[in-house]
Structures are given as C-alpha cells and as structure tokens.
Ligand binder design. Structure first.
Ligand code: NI
Length: 174
C-alpha cells in the first residue's frame, strides 16, 4: 500500500477517458488499496484512478464521518442505470482542484451498477451526498472535473491560481 501523487488541474492527463477494467485481479486490488491510502492521506471522500494517473474505470470512496469507523467503497466499471429528474445542489471540492469549491447541480438520486473489490456485480441506490459523490467521481472517468461547471472567466482564474501553486513546488516553507 502506498500514497500516490494526486494530479491537479490543469494537468492534461485529467482529460483522459478511462478504460473499462476487463477483470478485477490482484493488480486492480493493489491499485484500489493505493487509491484508498492516497485518498485518506489527502483527507478526501472520493478518488478516481485517473487522479493518480491511471486511466482505469475505478473509483474509491468513504463517506464515513470522523467519529465513525472507516467505510471504504470500491466501484469498478460503474454505470448509472437510473437518475432522478430532481436535482440537488452541493458546493463540491475536488482533490485535483485544491482549495476551490464549485456549486454543481446533479440528479439527487441514482442507481449505480458496478463490480466490487472482489469483481462481484452489484447494484446500489444512491441519494444525498452518496449520489453527488459517485456522479462527481464518474465525471473523472470521462475526463471531466468541476471546472467544467464554472464560467470561462472563473475557470481561467482558478487555473491561473493553481498553476502558480504548481510552479512554487520546489520552494519550501519551513
Ligand atoms: Ni474530484
């Protein structure tokens, strides 16, 4: 298990469309373990494989609260079967868009079909934060981040800010 580097906007790898997993084997399970470590380390609640540079349709999430036990969730090849017509709005953040929050409207509930950590086919009805989170992560599989949902002006401002942060990477503050 290992903590990997999370790619941030405007890294072009984040635009890649992730490919379906043929079989959930040891390699995929190790990837999911690393993704979970990386997500916990960054204090996120969801992570798609492409965020650590691997274009596979794999997502990990954990929506448990601080005072609860960890509840890792694994989604391989997720597909949305049904979406509610009603939308709900959340201020969404993203580990690939650090320190920025964007209001996004998404279907308030949905049904997701996927393979679990052991490659078993499953169905999950999602609502509330779970529905928002799975849809956010599934956007990553299509090369979409929350910056897709903001105006061109706001996007340029955020990218400028994030690029500046990246350029400062070799400076250390002690
Ligand atoms: Ni994200």
């Amino acid at each position: 298990m290992a903590v990997k580097t999370i790619l941030t906007e405007p890294n072009k790898i984040l635009r890649k469309i992730s490919l379906p997993v043929k079989k959930v084997g040891k390699e995929e399970q190790l990837l999911m373990d690393d993704m979970l470590d990386t997500m916990y380390d960054a204090k996120g609640i969801g992570l798609a494989a492409i965020q650590i540079g691997i274009p596979k349709r794999i997502i990990v999430m954990d929506l448990s609260k601080d005072n609860e036990n960890n509840n890792p969730m694994y989604f391989v090849n997720p597909v949305i079967k049904n979406k509610n017509q009603n939308l709900s709005k959340y201020e969404e953040g993203c580990l690939s868009v650090p320190n920025q929050f964007v209001e996004v409207n998404r279907p308030s509930s949905c049904e997701v079909e996927y393979l679990d950590y052991n490659g078993k086919k499953r169905n999950l009805n999602c609502d509330g934060l779970l529905a928002t989170c799975i849809q956010h992560e599934m956007d990553h599989l299509e090369g979409i981040t929350i910056l897709t949902y903001v105006s061109n002006l706001k996007r340029s401002m955020i990218i400028k800010k994030l690029s500046k942060v990246n350029n400062n990477e070799d400076k250390v503050v002690l």
